[in-house]
Every structure is written in structure tokens, then in C-alpha cells.
Design a protein around this ligand. Structure first.
Ligand SMILES: [Zn+2]
Length: 176
């Protein structure tokens, strides 16, 4: 497994719309494993393929706490089919926006359909942290970041900070 470089704000790649996965095959499973490795290394609890520069509707999640058995989830072509009116607030962060956290309000419960790592159709009702994490990651597939859900004033401040940081940082990838 390979740890892949993370795409960091304000890289415009993060705003790209990801395309549906056509086939869940060994190449896709390898990518999912690399993403899990990258996420565990960071560490984080969720990662979308676009965050390693690949515009596919694929994400990985593992909500196991430190000391618990890993519980990796591979989520392909997810779709939210129902959201609760009830909302909950979590302090969110993002591996593409390091060291920044803000409270985000989202539907407390969502029903989601997706394909698992074997290409089998799954449908789950997610609540609590899993509901928030799924919505955060599915947002990534649509080019949406959690800072889009906070006030414009706070978002502008974050954007300014990361634009400044990017200037002082060597490019994270080569475009050939
Ligand atoms: Zn994120």
C-alpha cells in the first residue's frame, strides 16, 4: 500500500466534480487501500479520492477509536436518498484544510445507498458521527468543502490563510 500526497486548499482540484466509478475491480480496491493507508497515516476518519487527486466517486471512512480494531468502510458511488429534518452540529476538520476546525450543522440522520468494496449494493441509515462524516465526504465528490457551510467571513479568513501558506510551500505535485 502507498501513502499518497494530499491535495491541500486552495488547490482548485478540490473543486472538481468527481465522476461515477464504472466498475469495482482490483484497481479500484488498490486505490481504496492506498486511500485508507493515507488516511490512517494523516490521521483522519474519512477521505475522498479527489483529496489524493483522483476525481472518482469513491471514499473511505474508519470511525474506530484509538486502540480499537480498525473498521474500514469503502464507499463507491454514494447517494443520499433521505435526510432527517433533525439536525446536529459537529466540530469538523478536513485533511485538505489542515489544522482548521469549525462547527457545522447538518442533517442528524441520512439514508445512503452505495456499492461496497466487492461492488455489492448497500443501503444504510447513518446517524451521529457517521452521518456527518458521510455527508462531509460526499460533499467532496461534488467539489464542496466544509468551509462552504460556515459564515462567509470565517471562510474568507481561512481562504486567505491557506493562499498565503501555499505561496510559502513548494508545489505538492508536478503537472507534466
Ligand atoms: Zn474533508
Amino acid at each position: 500500500m502507498t501513502i499518497k500526497p494530499l491535495i491541500i486548499l486552495p488547490d482548485p482540484v478540490l473543486r472538481q466534480l468527481s465522476k461515477p466509478v464504472e466498475r469495482v475491480d482490483n484497481d479500484l480496491r488498490k486505490l481504496a487501500d492506498d486511500m485508507l493507508e493515507t488516511m490512517y497515516d494523516a490521521p483522519g476518519i474519512g477521505l475522498a479520492a479527489i483529496q489524493v487527486g483522483i476525481p472518482l466517486r469513491l471514499l473511505v471512512i474508519d470511525l474506530a477509536k484509538e486502540g480499537e480494531e480498525p473498521a474500514p468502510m469503502v464507499v463507491v458511488n454514494p447517494e443520499i436518498v433521505n435526510s432527517s429534518d433533525e439536525r446536529s452540529t459537529y466540530e469538523e476538520g478536513c485533511l485538505s484544510i489542515p489544522d482548521y476546525y469549525a462547527e457545522v450543522e447538518r442533517p442528524a440522520t441520512v439514508r445512503a445507498k452505495f456499492l461496497d468494496r466487492d461492488g455489492k449494493q448497500q443501503e444504510i441509515t447513518a446517524e451521529g458521527l457517521l452521518a456527518t462524516c458521510l455527508q462531509h465526504e460526499i460533499d467532496h465528490l461534488n467539489g464542496v468543502l466544509f468551509i462552504d457551510h460556515i459564515s462567509r467571513l470565517k471562510r474568507d479568513m481561512v481562504m486567505r490563510k491557506f493562499k498565503k501558506l501555499a505561496k510559502d510551500r513548494p508545489p505538492s505535485r508536478l503537472v507534466g
